[in-house]
Design a protein. Sequence first.
Length: 233
Amino acid sequence: MLTSLTSGVPVILSGDAKMPDIRKTICITGHRDDKMPVYKCDKRYRELTIAAVRLMIYRYIDMAEEAGYENFLCGLASGTDVWAGSYIVRKRQNGKKIRLFGVMPYLRHAERFSAANLALLNSIEREAEFVTVTNSNPDIVYAFGENSDAASGSLYRDRNYFMVDNSSAAIAFLNAGERSGTWQTVRYACRTGRKVKSFSSTDIFHIIDICNGDLNAVGHYIAGLENAFDSLF
């Protein structure tokens, strides 16, 4: 049996995973925390930027849940994925009838995570309905730069495509012009007819401007955004 190297929970091969009703399932994709542009390109605003992005992710999850989505697929990457996953866990613990499913690209995917992201990943994996993996080789690692090969290129693509294939919609934190795993996921979702609701750093910076950099005001503004999803009912 495969087990997570982070939490120790059992990990199911994607081909053996019994996925939930696709009509009520949505996947989440977005940039990692170390890849996010910072407000005004000023590192003093990094925490404000991250806080605003997290609030926007939470609002989009609330929108999806209010529209009738019950199952959320999380790719377990650092940043957007683990922030979303931890929020879904909290919502369920507070009585919401939603479920979280973790989808990892390969067992050693979290070796470069920060301590904070590892802590979130650990709790998410323990609280998820189950965790599945799209590459079962326990020794495979992602090769960077000159060491990159075809196998490395398929690791995240296979995870991304699996999430889309098992969802009817996607939430995305995607910046225009960036070719990334998030871009790949959204492109595939659009190509296969999934509904995609997204926001970007430009949207976040605009809200921060409107709110004069006040995080409480940012939170109130985001909480008041109209639901972007059509009801499933």
